[in-house]
Design a protein around this ligand. Sequence first.
Ligand code: ACO
Ligand code: ZN
Length: 217
Amino acid sequence: KGGKDQLVIDAGQKHFGTTMCKSCGMIYTASNPEDEIQHLQHHHRFLEGIKYVGWKRERVVAEFWDGKIVLVLPRDPSYAIKKVEDVQELVDLELGFQQIVPMCPDKTKTFLFIDEKRVVGCLIAEPIKQAFRVLSEPSATKECSRAWRCSDVPEPAICGISRIWVFRLKRRKRIARRLVDTVRNCFMFGCFLSTNEIAFSDPTPDGKLFATKYCNT
Ligand code: ACO
Ligand code: ZN
């Protein structure tokens, strides 16, 4: 009895096409040995990375029936920082981001959405002074799906969202929406930021769909 048996059960029926693992969310070809090895590696690392055992002094900034949001600040105990780094690494891997050093690491605020014993959502916010509005139509270049056209007129902004991510199996349950609501409420003491005062940096197609919807409702 071991992790492997569990894994076979979790991965569900094997097809010749692609399978999505019901635990880690990775989509892979079960019939391809190379893919299976890659999946095994991702599976263990991912589940270990998002595991959350609870901290003695955690800063709970919002609570819901299906989870809570914990805020981690730069001078928090090393176990909290380590968890944030682990989650950020997984997120960056999934998004294909190169490690981007935050502009002011001592001012970064990380919000983790915790469901039972896992981190299922993460939002990294930092203070900014200005942002460039994304114009509605994406650029014509097809290969470059991230190249949205941006206005070249800077507009004042307060809070930059450098990462927002929700565990694949937990998407479309308003977790991202609740993370952004919480940031607007907690980022600056005593005020609720308007959607004009927050900006999403370098949004992915998913991120843009979410941000467009969020800012219009
Ligand atoms: N396609 C279309 N509409 C979407 C999508 C999508 N993929 N995602 C969200 N929306 C819209 C919907 O209208 C949704 O409301 P509905 O479900 O009632 O229709 C609304 O936004 C709110 O969505 P949430 O449920 O709050 O969003 P979710 O928790 O699923 O998280 C997120 C959205 C964070 C973009 C998630 O899809 C994700 O993690 N994607 C991969 C990582 C990523 O690309 N992150 C953005 C990077 S950009 C950056 O970090 C600045
Ligand atoms: Zn898996």
